[in-house]
Design a protein around this ligand. Structure first.
Ligand code: LAG
Ligand code: CA
Length: 479
């Protein structure tokens, strides 16, 4: 099912990568709900491999040991409490679910909860799964062969056979348990490596969303499937979008290309399915994700991350201002190598996300979703909801502007070494508006630059090369 169940006036899911359930619950109440975010995506919550000698790399959570709910983010009762508290303030919870595979070939493999499994002979007693529940061992030599991609081992991980009735039952039970706890949906990890027919069957057998948690009768879970398709492979994103959403990896790759100056911004005018992207209603979009921000998965070097803040704010502002797909905002911790896990205490537990007096995060958490320019663009998206792109302007190269109907207006300047000075049609009613990138409207004053829109809807816009590369105003920022 493709509807994300965002409450009216809310949008976007934020991936609180590796956050503990307690911190997520607090964030739902104190920030996400009041600021207009629609949902959170958690890291995988099922019992997973523990690799203390490797310093607990983030990817240990992508090696399940069972479908019990226990992870570095917390146990089942903490999980239940989080979902309860987020739902209570109208923030949906989507869980990252991993069921293409179990662990790699480790003997013994030890879990975060202290149980063990035999990854060489494929014995997972906590489920239990045995070797006959897995596909025969083979490596993926070519991504042209869909049989290899779906039936062989992804990164050496023991590959579950989702065509097997018992395996299907275990997966369905797991998803049903999450629904009983009140989740609204799932991010399906490694969907590309599973057969569409198996997935469709599994989804069809899962319960309706929980009435006890306030969902209307008959609602099917929201599902977005991780399928990395940048073109040229056997498995296609279009194998999956008939029955649920798909992560559109081409989106962030193309955005990276444009904002890095390899493709003129003027072409963004028809960004969407005309670029070979999925139909808007089938796509889950993002500038970067937890994989490609550290060189895992696809996207390559064009992906833009929080490590380049000026560029990142522009790219995310574009995503949130553009009516295509369901957007996901990444929220990271800082890292300097591709395996590094989240910030930890001396006893190896994940550090709390602390919030400083100016609303920033401490303890090594980056919290892009709290950056003023980003959260202000969430408000922009919510205010312009339902309008189309209008008043497009470009200079034929790397300066563009457009409105969203008569509700919001945004300008980008990425022209190498050049200022932008133009009289532009904003689509907005006469008045003074606060730019939500350089500042914010507070007690009817603007803490950043203001834009004066005349009777004719025009405004004199200046964006100097040394300033932010984006400016945005909307009906809610009128002063
Ligand atoms: C995905 N796509 O379908 C993600 O894009 C990918 O990043 C996930 O791998 C994968 N699904 C499995 O959920 C991540 C890391 C890998 C890691 C894997 C399992 O990107 O690097 O593999 O999770 O933890 C690790 C080691 C490998 C090793 C493997 C098995 O990095 O070197 O072969 O474990 O022992
Ligand atoms: Ca598989």
């Amino acid at each position: 099912q493709k509807n994300p169940y965002a409450l009216p006036g809310r949008s976007a899911v934020v991936h609180l990568f590796e956050w503990k359930f307690r911190d997520i619950a607090r964030e739902c109440e104190e920030f996400l709900a009041p600021m207009g975010y629609a949902a959170v995506q958690t890291s995988p919550i099922a019992e997973h491999l523990s690799q203390p000698k490797k310093g607990h790399p983030w990817w240990e959570r992508y090696q399940p040991m069972s479908f019990r709910i226990v992870s570095r983010s917390g146990n089942e009762s903490r999980f239940a409490e989080m979902v309860e508290r987020c739902n209570y303030v109208g923030v949906r919870v989507y869980v990252d679910v991993v069921f293409n595979h179990m662990t790699g070939p480790l003997k013994p493999a030890r879990s975060i909860a202290g149980t063990s499994a035999d990854g060489i002979n494929r014995n997972y007693p906590e489920v239990p799964f045995h070797s006959n529940h897995f596909n025969p061992k083979c490596d993926i030599h070519t991504y042209n062969d869909v049989n290899q991609v779906r039936n062989c081992l992804l990164s050496g991980l023991n590959d579950l056979n989702q065509t097997n009735t018992y395996v299907r039952e275990k997966i369905i039970d797991f998803l049903n348990r999450l629904i009983d706890h009140g989740v609204a949906g799932f991010r399906v990890d490694a969907a590309k490596h599973m057969w569409p027919a198996d997935l469709e069957y599994i989804y069809s057998q899962v319960k309706n969303l929980s009435a006890r948690h306030g969902f209307a009768p008959g609602l099917r879970p929201f599902i977005y499937q991780e399928v990395i398709d940048l073109g040229g492979e056997g498995v296609k994103k279009t194998d999956y979008n008939a029955f649920a959403r798909v992560t559109e990896f081409k989106y962030g790759a193309e955005i990276g290309n444009v904002f890095r100056g390899h493709n003129a911004m003027k072409w963004l005018k028809n960004f969407g399915s005309e670029w070979g992207l999925l139909p808007s209603g089938d796509a889950l979009v993002f500038v970067d994700n937890h994989d490609n921000q550290r060189g895992h998965g696809a996207g390559g070097p064009t992906i833009i991350t929080h490590k380049e803040p000026r560029l990142y704010k522009m790219a995310v502002a574009f995503m949130l201002s553009w009516p295509y797909g369901y957007p996901r905002v990444m929220s990271s911790y800082s890292f300097n190598n591709t395996d590094k896990g989240p910030p930890i205490n001396k006893n190896s537990s994940i550090k709390n996300v602390t919030i400083t007096s100016n609303g920033k995060c401490g303890n090594g958490w980056v919290c892009e979703h709290r950056w003023p320019a980003i959260v202000n663009m969430i408000e922009f998206r919510n205010k312009v909801d339902g309008t189309a792109v209008a008043n497009w302007w470009d200079n034929g190269n790397y300066q563009i502007a457009y409105s969203r109907g008569d509700k919001g207006f945004i300008v980008f300047n990425e022209e190498m070494g050049a200022d932008l000075k133009q009289i532009l049609k904003t689509g907005l009613a006469e008045g003074s508006y606060c730019d939500v990138i350089s500042g914010k409207k507070m007690r009817n004053k603007c803490t950043g630059r203001t834009v004066d829109v005349g009777k004719d809807g025009n405004a004199a816009i200046t964006l100097l090369k040394e300033e932010e590369g984006v400016l945005a105003i909307h009906i809610g920022s009128k002063i």
